[in-house]
Design a protein around this ligand. Structure first.
Ligand code: MOS
Length: 735
């Protein structure tokens, strides 16, 4: 094969996109509900996940974990463990037992006592010939501690709270607005500690060849994960390759390199053979991130016409001492609703409890349901229909900054959703509709999730045979990356999708932002689009026309009245385009968000207190929809997540030491088929956001979750006449 002809296109998003290039394309594959190209591999069990297909000679690791909440490990019965059958090594090394979110820094292998921050923290790794032998020895481990405390200090009153300055916001005088208001509410809600509960447990298999590490794991952001791993190991990032071809769910729990990744890498180096570590489900619960519990106070007030005059939102969350992250509960509160007086407070309590990190839609996932439930309470107090009340309070511009919205389709989503759902049939008087033992109620919520862009690069190669190869280190965590990136390249290059192969999940490929923060598809997609655009430029040159005059369709190249086969134009050459999208100033001047509205009907048993979600319907606007099927699936997944948040999901911590009392999928309840109704989902296919990126697409991965639980508790209030302000609304609370 001859050397490819290399082309490059880099674009910084400084100005809004005026071209709407994808709309000019002729292939007609973008936005269609195309099936996942990797779907057959997944349903036939041949897609290989992190803990499958171990290389020959693989040894197995099992983490020994602390059973105190705070203190120091001074010793371990290492000799005893080393004598157990099959045991190859007992490794104590600070680099793998630190909480990965604290970031690794290269230290020499740990010699002295190691500090414990939470119960369940890994303190050593036992490696053996088989998984069973490693587990057997791991469970026989006994550690010595000093200065140990079993106190996790989980009672909010006892915690020490920090007030990060950047997260406090004040505008006008809320206290005065509350006093003067015709109607007001001042309410407290709480949401529990939660677990991501991804189907695929965290797992990694590592091997070293010629001083270079290959790690097959389950991660979301390979470019930064490779850097984190290199930092933890104290090696140059070029010595590290991470493969995550398929990821069985992440939801944020796989955003950073985990104990299993660092542990497998260190053990494989030490033993000179591949080492695999798969976390047990309990270890996933206790030793990977959770979502912080929250306590939230919401104050809302309005005039006699139902126009908001003030909004207060204060949130108390927790994390380990020294952690930067804290659940950004109030993220959407500054811009969603009108009101000139605004008070936002954010407080972090420091607890010796499994670290809190990003979980699907950090912030809005727990903040929007609460502010929206409070909006419902105020609508009721003011005697205004909840739909009408919300429509009256959609601001013209971001009320906290005065900046315009890049696009705001919230009102459309609410109106269309109300119509589709049959909102006019809502019981006017709470607790008034009954079917036998069942109390029936309707509720709705606005759906909000901020939109972001991340620097991303992709390579697209047009091969002499007229097929294309798309390559980037982007991951597909079940979201549809393989589908949308294939479609974007196919659309831009005028190829049927079968002629495009997309390769992802390899940190050796051009770096993308990865999967996180609902920005993966828009960011990596834009880089693929730019790479393909560079190729179009070359094809236009060969046709002797401008790129704008070029039409590519079904493997033919058309310029004016001339039409040639793509393979002819390529004339035996490979064209390789590299596209890079960078964040720029376009987002500075505008508030960017994806929008939606959800509507819900519940039936609440007056005998058992159980809540059935009978209908759940959502309308969403997220700019250009790249694949109608995978986008819809994302929304469906978000709404199901929201059902769990409203009715089922809750980690119970032992108040003495922070222990997880429920730490598997039998006791940490997530919605099952019977909990989930047929869902009605509408996407506003005509939506575009020119400020977002060259595709004019926005994030949809986390969007649908951001409010669902509000719609459900609002429906429960309509059914029962009672407000439940503690999530999840389990039957013991209802009775
Ligand atoms: Mo998401 S919590 O950014 O995976």
């Amino acid at each position: 094969m001859p050397e490819p002809i290399e082309l490059k296109l880099e674009h910084r998003m400084d100005l809004p996109d005026q071209e709407d290039l994808l709309d000019r394309m002729a292939q007609g594959v973008i936005s269609t509900p195309m099936d996942r190209p990797e779907g057959p591999l997944k349903v036939s069990g041949t897609a290989s996940y992190a803990d499958e297909d171990h290389p020959p000679g693989t040894a197995y690791g099992w983490f020994v974990r602390a059973n105190i909440a705070k203190g120091w490990v001074t010793g371990l019965n290492t000799k005893e463990l080393q004598a157990m059958p099959g045991v190859l090594a007992v490794i104590r090394d600070d680099r793998m037992i630190r909480n990965p979110a604290q970031g690794g820094d290269a230290k020499s292998p740990h010699q002295g006592p190691a500090e414990i921050f939470y119960k369940g923290q890994p303190i050593a790794l036992v490696v053996a010939e088989t998984f069973e032998q490693a587990r057997d020895a791991g469970l026989a481990a006994r550690a010595d501690y000093k200065d140990s405390s079993h106190k996790a200090v989980i009672l909010p009153a006892q915690a020490k709270y920090e007030e990060p300055r950047s997260k406090q916001f004040s505008q006008g005088n809320l206290d005065r607005a509350m006093k003067k208001a015709a109607f007001s509410v001042d309410v407290e809600y709480d949401t529990p500690s939660m677990s991501h509960a991804a189907m695929e447990p965290h797992a990694a298999v590592a091997w070293w060849e010629d001083g270079r590490l290959t790690l097959r794991g389950s991660y979301q952001m390979l470019n930064s994960n490779a850097q984190e791993l290199a930092d933890a190991l104290g090696v140059n990032v070029r010595k590290v390759r991470i493969l995550s071809r398929y990821v069985g769910g992440g939801f944020g729990s796989k955003l950073g390199i985990g104990h299993e990744g660092v542990g497998a890498a260190i053990a494989a180096q030490k033993l000179g053979r591949p080492v695999a570590i798969a976390l047990h489900r309990r270890q996933v619960f206790e030793a990977t991130h959770r979502r912080s519990e929250t306590r939230q106070r919401v104050r809302l007030c309005c005039d006699a016409d139902g126009h908001l005059t003030g909004i207060g939102h204060e949130a108390w969350v927790s994390n380990l001492p020294g952690e930067d992250f804290s659940e950004p509960v109030t993220q959407a509160t500054s811009f969603t609703w009108a009101g000139e007086n605004r008070e936002i407070g954010h407080y972090i309590g420091r607890l010796n409890l499994t670290g809190a990190g990003s979980m699907r839609a950090p912030g809005e996932a727990v903040g929007v349901p609460v502010t929206d439930a409070a909006m419902d309470e105020l609508a009721e107090a003011a005697g205004i229909d909840p739909v009408e009340f919300r429509l009256r309070n959609i601001p013209e511009t971001d009320p906290s900054t005065g900046k315009p919205f890049s696009s705001n389709r919230l009102a459309d989503c609410i109106r269309i959703g109300a119509e589709r759902f049959g909102w006019s049939e809502r019981p006017r008087v709470p607790g008034s509709r009954r079917e036998g033992e069942w109390l029936i109620g309707f509720g709705m919520s606005a759906i909000i999730r901020v939109n972001m862009l991340g620097d991303s690069t992709a390579r697209v190669t047009l091969r002499p045979d007229g097929t294309a190869l798309v390559e980037t280190d982007m991951t597909d965590i079940g979201t549809g990356s393989y589908s949308v990136l294939t479609q974007i390249a196919a659309e831009m290059l005028g190829l049927p999708p079968e002629r495009v192969t997309t390769v992802l999940g390899d940190s050796d490929l051009p770096p993308s932002i990865g999967s996180g923060g609902s920005r993966g598809a828009a960011s990596s997609g834009s880089s693929v689009m730019l790479a393909a655009r560079a190729l179009r430029g070359k094809l236009a040159e060969r046709m002797g026309c401008d790129e704008e005059e070029l039409t590519l369709k079904d493997g033919t190249v058309i310029a004016g009245n001339r039409q040639r086969e793509l393979t002819e134009v390529l004339a035996g050459d490979s064209l390789q385009g590299t596209g890079t999208i960078r964040k720029g100033k376009a987002e500075d001047g505008h508030r960017q968000s994806s929008w939606g509205a959800e509507f819900c009907e519940v039936a609440v048993s007056s005998i058992t207190g159980e809540v059935h979600v009978r209908r759940l319907s959502g309308v969403f606007a997220a700019g250009r929809i790249l694949n109608a099927k995978t986008a819809r699936s994302q929304c469906m997944g978000g709404m199901i997540f929201g059902i769990g948040q409203a009715l089922h999901e809750e980690v119970f911590h032992d108040a003495r030491d922070g222990s997880f009392m429920n730490r598997d999928l039998a006791e940490y309840h997530i919605p099952v088929n019977l909990d989930v109704p047929q869902m009605d989902i509408e996407l506003l296919m005509d939506d575009r956001d020119p400020f977002a990126n060259p595709m004019q697409a926005k994030g949809i991965g986390e969007l649908a979750l951001c409010g669902t639980a509000g719609a459900i508790v609002n429906a429960i209030a309509n059914a029962t006449g009672h407000r439940f302000r503690s999530f999840p609304v389990t039957l013991d609370k209802v009775l």
